[in-house]
Design a protein around this ligand. Structure first.
Ligand code: UVW
Length: 339
């Protein structure tokens, strides 16, 4: 164990869960927190919280992320697909298929790993800012891209496999912003979010997962894999990452993750402010970089939200492990809600 920093960012919790901690606020998912989540299971119904992973379609939402591409290995004269095992032994009557896929880890329903967003920050106190991530893990050493190392690279620290190892189960709380704002673009700050909590009589406890239903994924689905980037950019609510009251509440609430059905949870780009240097993704900065709070994006909540609304509930049991894929900065997933 070694301290990687002399200065920690203001308002951060670096070191509080241990100098080598790589899961941040997931440390607050205690056995009690999971049991509180499990007590939300009263009907035995479950809901899939993922888009089909080939949505949104195309790359209008983010030019650097592309839809899945399948590959098939060759086997014998053809491919290893509808392959007759009789060519192995003439008595075999089996037919088998295998496939492979190139999957961008953040194309569709996803988790952001803590290695996804860092900041230029003077962590070593030499007066010169360097690229660092949660808990002081360093770009170019702990998290290295192909331009920085000839080795295996990727997120040697803070990769998504750390989140996978925690199991990712607990109490989810769904806040229904869609019923308040419809398809209107709304920048939701602390006061708006608290008013949504009050209307729903919803409560969040330390160790809970905050989920935000905005209707964005429903709109994506309705576009049938031909997403209109301009329409999406001006539709549905997003959090106001520039609202200090909202950021303070995220710190104080004890929530362990924020999972939304929209593109980036927060307004992206966030509105400009005065200053020489500041985060363009302030909620990502506050959550991933300062506090070790994972963000989930492009989740799908429609049926769960309808059911919870009809039953006057907000809480549910959430099961949401990412792929245990070493060194990845994000992961597709298929979360499940049980009520
Ligand atoms: C961005 O880069 C905007 O990231 P995310 O997928 O976390 O929204």
């Amino acid at each position: 164990m070694s301290q990687r920093w002399k200065n920690r960012p203001e308002g951060s919790n670096w070191g509080d869960f241990g100098l080598d901690d790589q899961v941040g606020r997931m440390n607050l998912v205690t056995p009690e927190a999971r049991l509180r989540g499990a007590r939300e299971i009263r009907e035995g119904l479950s809901f899939c919280l993922s888009l089909p992973l080939d949505y949104p379609g195309g790359n209008a939402l983010m030019p650097y992320r592309r839809e899945p591409v399948f590959h098939y290995e060759r086997r014998g004269e053809g491919h290893n697909y509808n392959f007759r095992l009789s060519s192995v032994s003439s008595c075999y009557c089996d037919v088998v298929s295998d496939d492979a896929v190139t999957l961008y880890t953040q194309y569709s329903t996803q988790w952001d790993a803590l290695a996804h967003v860092g900041q230029l920050f003077d962590a070593d106190g030499d007066g010169v800012p360097e690229k660092v991530y949660y808990n002081g893990f360093r770009a170019g050493e702990d998290i290295s891209g192909p331009d920085e190392t000839a080795g295996p690279g990727g997120a040697q620290a803070l990769g998504i496999e750390n989140l996978a190892r925690t199991g990712v189960q607990g109490r989810g709380v769904l806040i229904d912003l869609e019923s308040r704002y419809g398809r209107e673009r709304a920048i939701v700050g602390y006061d708006d979010l608290m008013s949504a909590f009050d209307d729903q009589k919803a409560e969040i406890h330390s160790g809970d997962f905050l989920c935000l239903y905005t209707g964005f994924a429903d709109l994506v689905l309705s576009m049938n894999k031909q997403p209109d980037g301009d329409v999406l950019a001006r539709s549905c609510p997003v959090l106001d990452g520039r609202d200090p009251k909202l950021l303070n509440w995220v710190t104080d609430s004890g929530l362990v993750a924020i999972c939304a059905d929209n593109f980036a949870v927060e307004a992206y780009p966030a509105r400009m402010i005065e200053g020489e240097s500041f985060p363009g993704l302030p909620l990502h900065n506050h959550c991933l970089f300062k506090l070790g709070i994972h963000l989930g994006e492009l989740w799908y909540f429609r049926e769960l939200a309808d059911w919870l609304r009809r039953n006057d509930r907000s809480g549910f049991f959430l099961t949401a492990p990412p792929l245990r894929l070493p060194r990845a900065v994000g992961s597709p997933l298929t979360p499940v809600a049980t009520v």
